[in-house]
Design a protein around this ligand. Structure first.
Ligand code: PDD
Length: 282
């Protein structure tokens, strides 16, 4: 069965979905995206993803083309038509199509595209083995709280990770880890405290991050929202990353140095278990 994508009102086979060359997403990276996890055909934690989509669009002056209810209906329509069990639903909204010029009319019709990706989320190898990361300079702009489709710095960071033979890059600014190229970075200090950077324009407000902090609070685990330096991460008891596409994944090495004993840590494993339980129950 060919994958069906949603494009501007229609569900069409992927190879027939066409976007004009003059689309501002293509020419300027002028658009916003969202990625929601799907388990057993159900969207996980979707409401905050749609709230972040709304906020990102507002921050760059694109009118949200759909209400949350319409988005949710479209997402489930896409899941159903594609028979998606576990994986991701990707949404992209660009400012629309216009002759190439930095400025364009304010009333363009946004381009809306959505597609599903099947993915092993419950029990991928990385959840058991953990992943290694390398640190790279954070080359991004100053509004990283906006989920912009302009991801060149992240693509370069991922290429650096691949060149180092690892799965993810942790981006560093002024000696402190901002976040992963496509994930939120966490460490667990030797006193058991979970540490992640506070929200600001320096990082994307991760939806999985927020869910994990809520779970930590509910289960009496101590956490601290503050920046942490690479040196502190190298000496941490555990480390992990979170995202819709990896949920909670142990980090077992940073720049070639093992974290803790170089194996997924017990608290990280517990947080992944709690996250999956929460997702199954929602
Ligand atoms: N990336 N930080 C960055 C820079 C990200 O790109 C992502 C997600 C996250 C985690 O956010 P969330 O928990 O809401 O997925 C943090 C998505 C998955 C992607 O680009 O594919």
């Amino acid at each position: 069965m060919p994958r069906l994508v949603y494009l501007n009102g229609d569900f069409v086979p992927l190879d027939q979905a066409q976007i004009p060359v003059m689309d501002r997403g293509f020419l300027f990276g002028d658009g916003i995206y969202e990625v929601t996890a799907v388990l057993g055909g159900r969207l996980i934690d979707n409401a905050p993803h749609l709230a972040r989509l709304e906020r990102s669009l507002e921050e760059i002056g694109i009118a949200n083309p759909h209400t949350d209810m319409e988005w949710t209906r479209l997402q489930y329509d896409l899941i159903r038509r594609n028979g998606l069990g576990d994986g991701l639903v990707y949404i992209e909204v660009t400012r629309g199509v216009f002759e190439r010029d930095f400025l364009c009319p304010t009333d363009l019709r946004p381009t809306v595209a959505m597609f599903p990706q099947a993915k092993e989320l419950r029990d991928p190898p990385a959840a058991t083995t953990g992943v290694a990361v390398v640190t790279v300079p954070d080359l991004r702009w100053k509004r990283r709280d906006i989920k912009s489709v302009a991801l060149l710095a992240q693509v370069l960071a991922k290429q650096a990770a691949r060149a180092a033979g690892v799965a993810e890059a942790w981006m560093v600014e002024d000696g402190y880890v901002t976040e992963g190229a496509s994930s939120t970075a966490f460490i667990i200090a030797s006193d058991g405290r979970i540490v992640t950077r506070p929200l600001s324009t320096a990082v994307l407000p991760g939806i999985t991050r927020s869910a994990v902090l809520k779970l930590a609070e509910r289960h009496g685990l101590r956490f601290e929202e503050r920046p942490f330096a690479v040196a502190e991460a190298l000496g941490a008891a555990e480390a992990f990353l979170t995202s819709a596409s990896s949920l909670v994944t142990p980090v077992v090495a940073i720049d070639g140095h093992p974290v803790g004993d170089g194996k997924p840590g017990p608290l990280t494993k517990e947080l992944r278990k709690l996250y999956l339980q929460m997702a199954e129950a929602s």
